[in-house]
Design a protein around this ligand. Structure first.
Ligand SMILES: C[S@@+](CC[C@H](N)C(=O)[O-])C[C@H]1O[C@@H](n2cnc3c(N)ncnc32)[C@H](O)[C@@H]1O
Length: 218
């Protein structure tokens, strides 16, 4: 095996963060408010992952982004900040309570007019979207058992060259633990296998935070 990775220690992670764009007051306050929710806060994406999403959106010149799983809004702010002028972000979630926090921070960040939130099971929202291949970027970070359904529903709606970003593809390492057969682990494993063999996309799986797969539509 090629062991060409640097295992992260707290010290190395602090160094990495110090060499990423610093958080502004909006993201700092949102991270702090979310941390106060306790255990749920683990659902929020990592600091460097947010910078990564903004950069990806910029690179794609994204005018249309879809996020599946918004929670308190951290990733949505990072995505919306990478939109091209006039671009729009569609956010999907089922929680009024958590997305109420997101709405407050969108307002503070001056992003409210660029973001639309639909509160419903995401599959319903996505199936109702026009069947035109016009989406530039998709970020999938909701219920793991539906990742594959979100992908198949959105693939025809993503433009050639458009990008999917799947979060949590390493699932705290559990995907590589065959003894773990819980529903979410099995679903992520199946997604990872399917994407690696999917001729409709070019993919790369990266050890960013809890694992991220990028899949570019051919
Ligand atoms: C991991 S969190 C998203 C974290 C967010 N991306 C962030 O950076 O803060 C997952 C979210 O998916 C939402 N969710 C779970 N099942 C869903 C479903 N079937 N449809 C839409 N949203 C769902 C939850 O309410 C939760 O807010």
């Amino acid at each position: 095996m090629d062991d060409k990775f640097t295992a992260l220690t707290p010290q190395i992670y602090a160094y990495l963060l110090a060499h990423n764009p610093s958080r502004d007051a909006v993201l700092t306050d949102l991270a702090n408010e979310t941390a106060a929710l306790g255990g749920w806060s683990v659902m929020q994406i990592a600091h460097e992952q947010g910078a990564f999403l903004t950069l990806l959106a910029h690179l794609l010149g994204a005018r249309s982004i879809v996020e599946v799983g918004t929670f308190t809004g951290y990733s949505s702010i990072c995505l919306a900040r990478g939109l091209a002028p006039g671009g729009r972000l569609l956010c999907c979630d089922v929680s009024e309570e958590w997305t109420a926090v997101a709405r407050r921070y969108w307002e503070r960040a001056g992003l409210t007019d660029r973001i639309e939130l639909r509160i419903a099971p995401a599959l319903d929202t996505l199936r109702a979207l026009p069947e035109r291949a016009e989406i530039d970027l998709v970020f999938i970070d909701a219920d793991k058992t539906n990742y594959r359904n979100y992908y198949e529903t959105l693939l025809p709606r993503v433009r050639p060259g458009g990008l999917f970003v799947f979060d949590n593809v390493l699932w705290m390492g559990e995907v590589a633990n065959p003894a773990n057969q819980d529903e979410s682990t099995v679903a992520i494993r199946a997604l990872n296998d399917a994407l690696a063999a999917d001729a409709r996309v070019d993919t790369v799986m990266l050890p960013v935070a809890d694992g991220v797969t990028l899949a570019r539509k051919r």
